[in-house]
Design a protein around this ligand. Structure first.
Ligand SMILES: [Mn+2]
Length: 299
């Protein structure tokens, strides 16, 4: 397997600035070298071009920065589609979670995919339900066909991009009131922290993978660092206590790899401005390596 690193330095989807430096922080934490140690040929494709905030229009309070997020997402979709089409494995570095509007769309081009979304949040808001207007709270809904037409379509293509019944969220613990009925209506499988406590992480991820793997061509892992307990990942814009342990996060990535169906991954919301000693970016690197097969003992 050959790996492409694709940076998407965007913070326009988030309420707090600085997560646009995530790709730099993760590269600084030796992502490429760690992947090469595993024997992969790694190409760093550089960053997707992202408009800077000061040039964007913020006239829509329920869809902040949409005019700049749409072109970013289109470029990201193109970069990811090109990478997979070339038989390579894209590792997409955020940036805030709005990058998934592009990465997952690119991965789903000409194929049916299941999505494993590891996150403290559901990112399933629409302009009608969003409390903040921040688009990083909307990508999963948009990919499933809900929300503003500009986010749902990006351009004239078949929508929705993914079947919500082939989507599972792991680690959720901070859902907005408007998201819950929409998630139920859509048929998304949500493994909240209380389910993980009761059945254990292995069982929760097994169930999620079983659901999203049914008649799909591949699986995409979209990993938000705020899924972790903030003690392990303090450098995130929206920390929520009661999160995944260090090992639970690794286990999710290991199990995603073991499906043999993984097409690519997002690693998002690592914000060096809010971090302590680049700890969150370093953990991002570790989790990427788990998602491409690094093991401590079993091979
Ligand atoms: Mn998220």
């Amino acid at each position: 397997m050959k790996i492409d690193i694709i940076g998407v330095p965007v913070d326009l989807g988030a309420g707090r600035r600085g997560v646009d430096m995530g790709p730099s922080a993760i590269r600084y934490a030796h992502l490429q070298q760690e992947l090469e140690k595993l024997g992969y040929e790694v190409h760093d494709k550089g960053n997707v071009e992202v408009p800077i905030a000061e040039t964007c229009n913020v006239n829509e309070p329920k869809l902040r920065y949409i005019d700049c997020i749409v072109p970013m997402a289109r470029r990201t979709a193109g970069a990811v589609a090109t990478s997979i089409q070339a038989g390579r494995f894209p590792v997409v570095l955020g940036g805030d979670h709005s990058i998934a509007l592009g990465s997952i769309r690119g991965a789903a081009r000409q194929r049916k995919i299941g999505v494993l979304w590891v996150d403290a949040h559901a990112d399933f808001n629409t302009p009608e339900t969003t409390p903040s207007g921040n688009i990083h709270g909307m990508p999963l809904a948009a990919l499933c066909g809900y929300g503003d037409r500009r986010l749902v379509q990006l351009w004239e293509e078949t929508v929705p991009v993914i079947d919500p019944r082939r989507v599972a969220i792991i680690g959720a613990r901070d859902l907005d009131s408007g998201e819950k009925p929409l998630l139920r209506e859509a048929g998304v499988l949500v493994m909240g922290m209380e389910q993980i406590d009761r059945m254990g992480m292995f069982e929760a991820v097994s169930k999620a993978i079983a659901r999203i793997s049914q008649d799909v061509d591949g699986i995409y892992l979209s990993f938000d660092m705020d899924s972790l307990e903030p003690r392990h990942a303090p450098g995130v814009g929206t920390p929520v206590t009661g999160g995944l342990t260090y090992r639970e996060a690794h286990l999710a990535c290991e199990m995603a790899y073991e499906t043999g169906k993984l097409l690519g991954i997002d690693m998002v919301e690592s914000n060096p401005i809010l971090d302590t000693g680049n700890q969150t970016a370093r953990l991002s690197v570790e989790l990427v390596t788990s998602a491409v097969g690094r093991r401590t003992w079993s091979d």
